[in-house]
Design a binder for this molecule. Structure first.
Ligand SMILES: NC(=O)c1ccc[n+]([C@@H]2O[C@H](COP(=O)([O-])OP(=O)(O)OC[C@H]3O[C@@H](n4cnc5c(N)ncnc54)[C@H](O)[C@@H]3O)[C@@H](O)[C@H]2O)c1
Length: 293
């Protein structure tokens, strides 16, 4: 179990593709699965571009980059994960959908395999109840973008074993990451602190305290952050931020986590951030394109 020769990653979006890239560079055979074949094609191109960038900046040798590309397999067939030593799930942030997947995986993967979730906020303990191996279920929360960001937050569910925790920690370290460990309460460490800040930035915009540019510049320059909170929300995905705030509110019960109406409205309008070309900011080239969303 501790060697992780074969790694399955489910969800080929911005997180899953980055995690698959890390795993392949670290020497594992990787099966990246998505139900959407277009997402797999986009992931393939984005991983190849990302590895080329690392090579051109001399942060990775050409040989390692090429070997990593050869270790990556793209699939929509969950049976292809049956030989995986660990499966890292990075699909949509929805508890029911994740539970359904965990129940399915539990029947397919070998008995020794670990089932990890990259969830930003959903209870690992509850995800584990969908399986018959709760001691082998764990949270492995990568930051965005996974190949660049140095942190992995590991979350132990109520029944996660020491063996699973130790093996997962070693894997994150093999990926070159620093590990922090959180107990299994909504939002864990990072999002419990980050999301109220992002929500407050939306409230500041919603109530007309300042322009989006001034809110972001104020926090960037005033608190020495590389991105302002609204810019960061667009980068994370406004849909993801909204889901996390709902989980924080439901799990911790405090009204301070209720999502700002403006955030809800942007998501309702499909303005979910950079991945759609428009969120708080417009990343599309022409206003005509934006109006078609
Ligand atoms: N975006 C971030 O900054 C960030 C950071 C850390 C963790 N996360 C978490 O990672 C997960 C994925 O986030 P993302 O931003 O990569 O989302 P995304 O929307 O970019 O990608 C999700 C992918 O999962 C696929 N998918 C959905 N349901 C599926 C299923 N049942 N089976 C197979 N594939 C399925 C979709 O087709 C899509 O390609 C979420 O749980 C999110 O909370 C996100």
């Amino acid at each position: 179990m501790s060697e992780f020769k074969v790694i399955g990653v489910i969800g080929a979006g911005q997180m899953g593709s980055g995690i698959a890239q890390l795993a392949a560079v670290a020497g594992s055979d990787v099966y990246l699965l998505d139900k959407d074949t277009q997402a797999l094609q986009t992931a393939k191109a984005s991983i190849s571009n990302s590895l080329q960038r690392f090579i051109s900046k001399s942060q990775l040798s050409k040989e390692v980059g090429m070997k990593a590309l050869a270790r990556l397999n793209y699939t929509s067939n969950v049976e292809d994960l049956r030989f995986a030593d660990i499966v890292i799930e990075a699909i949509v942030e929805n508890e029911d959908v994740k539970k359904k997947l965990f129940a399915e995986l539990d029947k397919i993967v070998k008995g020794s395999a670990i089932l990890a979730s990259n969830t930003s906020s959903i209870s690992i303990t509850r995800l584990a109840t969908a399986t018959k191996r709760p001691q082998q279920v764990i949270g492995m929360h990568f930051m965005n973008p996974p190949p660049i960001m140095k942190l992995v937050e590991i979350i132990r569910g109520a029944d996660t074993s020491d063996e699973t925790f130790d093996a997962t920690k070693r894997l994150a370290q093999r990926f070159g990451k620093t590990v922090v460990c959180s107990k299994d309460y909504s939002g864990f460490i990072v999002n419990r602190i980050l999301m109220p800040m992002i929500n407050e930035a939306f409230h500041a915009l919603y109530t007309g305290v300042a322009t989006k540019e001034d809110i972001d510049a104020g926090m960037k320059l005033g608190t020495n952050q590389p991105m302002g909170p609204l810019e960061l929300a667009d980068f994370i995905g406004l849909d993801i931020c909204l889901s996390i705030l709902k989980v924080l509110h439901a799990g911790l019960g405090d009204a301070k986590y209720v999502p700002c109406p403006l955030l809800v409205q942007y998501v309702d309008a499909g303005r979910v951030g950079r991945k759609r070309g428009i969120g708080v900011y417009n990343y599309l080239k022409s206003p005509k394109q934006a109006s078609r969303l």
